[in-house]
Design a protein around this ligand. Structure first.
Ligand SMILES: Nc1ncnc2c1ncn2[C@@H]1O[C@H](COP(=O)(O)OP(=O)(O)OP(=O)(O)O)[C@@H](O)[C@H]1O
Ligand SMILES: [Mg+2]
Length: 233
């Protein structure tokens, strides 16, 4: 469904990504791993149309999305949970969730606010609270709910549980597993290798802006050298 080839990108003349190839099939859960500053967010932002690539191709579900602005990439069915969450501080939870909601592909069972609240019951009493008063965990639930309400073909999470308390992290992982079980394709970054290997089908390792390796969860768990070399854990 997502097919990236030879993708290069960067900022003002400093190249960060070098000829990246990556693909995700329908219903597949894929991770992007690598130490800080290796280019994970840069790749995600390039897919999402926030950054323009300098070379290469991005195809999504049969269409070329390379170089499209982010709102048009979203229309093709890519839902982003950005690094730092970016919940609108002056909108209520309900308004945040509805702000970008859409059912573009006529899903048989599209996401509704009720379905999001069933996934994250903790948001129910917060529906009329402004985004700026939410805890980090609540913000992440809103960011995930907001992306799901665009009914994406591919959900992208940049740092799924960063900065969250252990119990909240577990809740987020449980919800991501539920969403996966519904057949949702997901591209995800996070530092928690154990949780990722439980959830994901395949893992791409980024090293200095290049894909160094792609492997399954078994290889990731069984190979401490691999984790040490590419992740430092
Ligand atoms: N807006 C920007 N302008 C210039 N350089 C940037 C910008 N954002 C990131 N970079 C640089 O690009 C490189 C890759 O950063 P990126 O944020 O993609 O890494 P990352 O793998 O997501 O790291 P982290 O694990 O810390 O989120 C780094 O060297 C970073 O300093
Ligand atoms: Mg990042």
């Amino acid at each position: 469904m997502l097919d990236i080839s030879g993708l290069s990108a960067g900022y003002d003349g400093s190249q960060v990504l070098f000829e990246v190839d990556l693909s995700i099939a329908r219903g597949e859960v894929v991770t992007l791993l690598g130490r800080n500053g290796m280019g994970k967010s840069t790749l995600i932002n390039t897919i999402a149309g926030i950054l323009r690539p300098s070379a290469g191709q991005i195809r999504f579900d049969g269409a070329v999305i390379k170089g499209l602005p982010s709102y048009r990439v979203a229309r093709h069915g890519i839902g982003l949970v950005p690094e730092g969450r970016q919940v609108f501080p002056n909108l209520t939870v309900r308004e945040n969730l509805c702000a970008t909601a859409a059912d573009r592909f006529g899903q048989t069972k599209p996401w509704t606010i009720e379905a999001v609240l069933e996934l994250f019951p903790g948001l129910s009493p917060r529906l009329e609270s402004p985004g700026r008063l939410l805890s980090g965990g609540e913000q992440q639930m809103v960011a995930i709910g907001r992306a799901l309400l665009t009914n994406p073909k591919l959900l992208i999470l940049d740092e799924a549980t960063e900065g969250l308390a252990p119990l909240v992290r577990e809740e987020i992982w449980r919800c991501i597993e539920r969403v996966k079980a519904m057949g949702q394709a997901i591209l995800i970054t996070d530092k928690n290798v154990k949780a990722l290997s439980r959830i994901a089908d395949r893992h791409y390792f980024l090293e200095k802006g290049r894909i160094a390796l792609c492997c399954g969860s078994g290889a990731l768990l069984d190979n401490p050298e691999l984790r040490q070399r590419y992740l430092g854990v």
